[in-house]
Design a protein around this ligand. Structure first.
Ligand code: LLP
Length: 418
């Protein structure tokens, strides 16, 4: 479900005509629906309300302060992966005990900052990382709460770049190594081993890979709890729920709850979820303007003012984003277009071979389902300015991040004196 739809041939975000937004703020622009984001948090809360989980929105998907503020006010915590994300979490006043910190390469500075803020726990991905967290906690005279991230060696059946639970992936710790760490827990006197974490990948449409992975993890928990007489307080099940980009039929939050909750019946630990895409993907679009239509002997190219530097997903993962004209013309002829950007790379194709109504210079189009891993992965490649971001709530909208300026993109650069 989302809140972008046509009303009388004009695309609306909630109660605002998208064309009115881009005519005011310019293009390209990321446009977000407040309601879609908060509804998705509510859907997970409702589906799992019987077990009162901690829902930590995975802010790597979309870390705009305005979005974080909305989801945190809705009661969510945050899943962070860097010092920068911690800084953003602090800026929106996320309670430290609702923050979990993942990632294979946390630096000493990041670990220290997280300990100082008092986060709920670190999702630890290797023993060397555990050692560093232990040393830093000891030197700060603090205790660090840790969740070992298990790699269950399960195929999530998703794109290779976003599958994380297979043995050859850089993520997590295999079961035998993890058990070894528990056997050495006395060496880590500044660590509280309070949780287990598992995240097998992203854009996972069916519940089966989750069930397979969680069963393995539960067996592992039984084993270590018995062998080492400890109690796991939290089981962090990661993110991974899919969104609809094209014609996928992903499980809903309710389907997911129905499928996995029976696995945890009678268990004492609290569940943690880290949904990113599910919350944000179809809460946002990227709007751009057609600059030129170029016809060759074999193709029609609609060249837009937005490009792979704004939305890298099609180039990086061959991801599909629907293209919709902001103003529909049912009478227009349809042509097949490659919708491309101005970046000097043949991979700068945002949508390939699409049947679209005839496009002309000046027409606006929307790349749908761009709320997750859109703006956050944007770059200044070709010295292009990152788009502005706009948040819509009901009949109001506001620029929540200004379009960059040329002075901003060279700020911090110098020409040396030698
Ligand atoms: N937890 C951990 C430990 C993760 O690594 C991720 C995503 C999530 C939660 C959130 O997963 P989600 O619910 O969004 O599936 N840039 C890629 C996606 C990368 C996902 C990275 N990790 C894309 O555009 O498809």
């Amino acid at each position: 479900m989302h809140d972008f739809k046509y009303i009388g041939h004009e695309l609306y975000c909630e109660k605002v005509r998208v064309r009115d937004i881009v005519e005011k703020v310019g293009s390209p622009a990321y446009i977000y629906s407040y309601k879609t984001f908060t509804d998705h948090i509510a859907k997970i809360q409702k589906a799992f309300q019987s077990v009162n989980p901690l829902i930590c929105y995975s802010m790597k998907a979309n870390s705009s302060l305005a979005i974080l503020d909305a989801v945190v006010k809705k009661g969510a915590g945050l899943d962070i992966v860097s010092g920068g994300e911690l800084y953003r979490a602090q800026r929106v006043g996320c309670h430290p005990q609702k923050i979990v910190f993942a990632g294979v390469g946390k630096s000493a500075e990041e670990i220290e900052a997280a300990l100082r803020y008092g986060i709920l726990f670190f999702n630890v991905e290797s023993e060397p990382e555990l050692k560093l967290i232990h040393q830093i906690a000891e030197s700060m005279k603090k205790r660090a709460r840790v969740s070992l991230r298990i790699n269950p060696d399960v195929d999530a059946h998703t794109h290779d770049h976003i599958t994380t639970g297979k043995a050859e992936s850089k993520f997590g710790i295999d079961l035998a190594t993890a058990k070894g760490i528990f056997s050495r827990q006395k060496q880590y006197s500044a660590i509280d081993f309070c949780a287990i974490h598992v995240h097998i990948g992203s854009q996972i449409v069916s519940g089966d890979p989750f069930v397979k992975a969680f069963k393995k993890v539960l067996k592992f928990i039984d084993d270590i709890e018995k062998t080492y007489r400890l109690k796991i307080e939290y089981l962090n099940l990661g993110g991974g729920l899919a969104a609809v980009y094209k014609n996928e039929k992903p499980q809903t939050a309710e389907d997911y709850a129905r499928k996995i909750l029976p696995l945890f019946k009678g268990r004492k630990f609290r569940l943690v979820f880290e949904p990113g895409r599910f919350v944000s993907a179809n809460g946002g679009i990227l709007a751009g303007k057609v600059l030129y239509v170029k016809q060759t002997n074999v193709k029609n190219f609609a060249i837009t003012d937005t490009a792979m530097n704004d939305l890298i997903r099609p180039t990086l993962y061959e991801a599909h984003h629907e293209v919709l004209p902001l103003t529909e013309n049912p009478k227009a002829r349809k042509w097949i277009y490659d919708v491309v950007g101005p970046v000097c790379e043949s991979g700068d194709v945002l949508a390939r071979d699409r049947h679209l109504q005839e496009l002309n210079a000046g027409d606006y189009v929307a790349f749908m389902t761009a709320g997750a891993y859109g703006f956050v992965m944007a770059s200044n490649y070709n010295s292009r300015l990152k788009p502005c971001e706009v948040l819509v709530k009901g009949s109001r909208f506001e620029v929540v991040r200004k379009r960059e300026t040329y002075p901003q993109i060279i700020a911090g650069e110098t020409i040396p004196n030698f």
